[in-house]
Write a protein that binds this ligand. Structure first.
Ligand code: F0G
Length: 516
């Protein structure tokens, strides 16, 4: 059952007085850098960075109702409209609200999915969907982009770039138009769904289609951002710690949707592992602040053809171990696994192109999140931490269609989270009655090809083809019905019993030139 959030705080929302730094996540290093620096990794040891705060309100008393979540007028009212910046007290790295770059992102809500719950055998009222496809660019990325662009503006960036499986690029291109920052996108050849590509192109971003996949593109753009200062690139991928600050708010909205109760489970698809990392950080901080005394258990769901985290966590047994990851040989084992994958020529391959990633850059942060989000204080508690599973493409297609059939609609990667939740319920890992929040990361219209192919058997990308004979195999396949332009045929196809209808005389009316 959900557990109540403790009495909460009086955080001043006037321009932040909170000290913010960038800090290396490796506790043995813990090097700190000012937020005015543009960094991709720690200059000392090369590890990922976090944005860390000295909370100004520590030790102050908190009102019960999270009343500190309230608006501060921005220059165009934008921060007030944003489901990210309404929580700005919890991401106070910005120096001035007027720098916030917002397109009213994050106005997403937690949906109680009772129909789906009943269909899948979850206890009524226990299954929830956090539908991030409702963001302005159609995916959860906007939560992070608004924060990263706010930082980019703080540091005077002129060019931003990202590698992308599609959604990051669509979001980045949209936000760049709110600024004078030029957008450059690196996409893998043939690796991006057309819904996402069409956004990047329409938004005018310079789009480089690189021969290779996402992992190739990210390595390239990261190198350019770090080693070619002449290019002046501000990197917008999720190695950017400011992006993850925005993505924390997805969890704040889950809590808000549950009346500030902590769910037992959060289930999220894993690609580059930025989202789950941000969720882990959100709960670390909420606990630090005394805003919660319990945390949900995390389930990260990989696609089978891109299951690096699943392998590293479940087969190699790699753990964060309070940061000893860097010193106890775990990091070396991950590096050795990458070397093995390279030697074997293993590349990611899945229909869920959004998570077709074999080298998740946030892997250490994801391991940290899996350690932090162990269900402590909830009925899902397990000291061994969160869980990781992978699901094959058929399963992804099936659950994606199921999400659609129950009225939500999502892209394939998002279907993985519902698939994972159901698998964990069947395994008995998720127990009946436990509250589950599944994050639906992207909108159904992001990848219409997969949806149309599922329902018709037609490969939409290969151009116009006659509909294949026979019914496609998917359980929820809903192919269009071919019908002649004939009144009787059409009515019968609609399920109308035409035996009692005088088709000849009403057919004559229809063909008498009337404009129906
Ligand atoms: N779901 C969708 C719809 C995504 O677009 C992504 C990532 C993920 C899940 C995985 O999230 O990387 O935080 O683990 N898409 C990235 C992109 C990589 O380039 O758009 P993650």
């Amino acid at each position: 059952m959900p557990t109540t959030v403790r009495q909460q705080g009086d955080i001043s929302l006037a321009p932040p007085v909170c000290a913010a730094v960038q800090r290396c996540i490796n506790p043995a290093c813990a090097a700190e850098y000012p937020t005015s620096d543009t960094l991709i990794s720690c200059r000392t040891c090369g590890s990922l960075l976090d944005v860390r705060y000295t909370w100004p309100h520590a030790g102050r008393s908190f009102p019960r109702d999270w009343s500190w979540v309230r608006s501060v007028p921005g220059p165009y009212g934008h921060p007030d409209a944003s489901g990210v910046w309404k929580f700005r007290a919890l991401l106070p790295f910005f120096d001035d609200v007027s720098r916030i770059v917002s397109i009213a992102e994050g106005r997403t809500i937690l949906q109680r999915a009772d129909g789906l719950a009943a269909h899948l055998g979850f206890t009524p009222g226990s299954l929830h969907l956090q539908y991030e496809g409702q963001n302005p660019s159609g995916s959860f990325k906007d939560n992070g982009m608004t924060a990263a662009f706010t930082h980019a503006r703080m540091v005077g960036a002129k060019v931003c770039a990202c590698a992308s499986t599609g959604n990051t690029s669509a979001s980045m291109a949209a936000y760049a138009l709110q600024t004078d920052i030029k957008a450059v996108i690196f996409i893998g050849d043939g690796k991006i769904a057309y819904g996402k590509l069409s956004q990047a192109l329409d938004y005018g971003a310079l789009t480089l289609q690189v021969a290779g996949d996402f992992d190739t593109c990210l390595a390239r753009v990261r190198f350019i951002a770090e080693k070619v200062p002449q290019a002046g690139v501000y990197l917008m991928n999720s190695v950017n710690p400011f992006r993850l600050e925005g993505q924390k708010t997805v969890m704040l909205r889950v809590l808000e949707g549950l009346g500030w109760q902590v769910p037992d489970w959060v289930v999220v698809p894993g690609g580059n592992l930025g989202n789950c990392s941000a969720f882990g950080k959100a709960f670390m901080e909420l606990r630090e602040l005394g805003l919660i005394d319990r945390v949900p258990r995390l389930a990260v769901i990989n696609a089978h053809g891109a299951r690096t985290l699943d392998r590293v966590y479940n087969e190699l047994g790699c753990r964060w171990s309070a940061g000893n990851y860097f010193t106890d040989g775990t990091k070396q084992r991950v590096d050795a696994e990458y070397a093995r994958m390279d030697a074997a020529g293993e590349r990611a391959s899945t229909i869920a192109s959004a998570i077709e990633i074999n080298r998740p850059v946030n892997l250490p942060k994801a391991l940290r999140a899996l350690e932090v989000m162990n269900g402590a204080g909830c009925s899902s508690f397990d000291p061994s931490g969160g869980v990781v599973r992978s699901v094959d493409d058929e399963t992804i297609r099936h659950y994606k269609a199921l999400v659609g059939r129950f009225g939500y609609g999502c892209e394939p990667a998002s279907g993985a989270s519902l698939a994972g939740a159901h698998i964990l319920l069947n395994e008995g890992v998720i127990k009946p009655g436990q509250t589950v929040a599944c994050v639906l990361t992207g909108h159904i219209l992001k990848d219409p090809d997969v949806t149309v192919a599922y329902h018709t058997g037609l490969d939409a990308k290969s151009g116009k083809q006659p509909l294949p004979q026979g019914r496609p195999p998917g359980v929820y396949a809903n192919p269009p019905v071919k019908v002649k332009d004939d009144l009787g045929d059409i009515l019968r196809a609609m399920g109308v019993d035409t035996s009692t209808i005088d088709l000849a005389s009403i057919g004559a009316v229809a063909s008498a030139g009337k404009d129906y």
